[in-house]
Design a protein around this ligand. Sequence first.
Ligand SMILES: [Zn+2]
Length: 67
Amino acid sequence: MALKDPQEALTVALCMGCGGEIYEGDEVRRIREDGALVHNNGVCDVEFAFDSVYDAEGFATVGGYIE
Ligand SMILES: [Zn+2]
């Protein structure tokens, strides 16, 4: 959440999660690989992490597969 009115706050980066502007003072998380930022809001950061780490979700089957 921005500390200042977004119209007055300085845009410092674009979020790798939502693509929106990150303002000075926003809570963020930094991505290890490239140092890019995402909003630390439980949406942008979580979705980016899930997209980066996992490629499927479902139920485990015999042999370690997923369905
Ligand atoms: Zn975002």
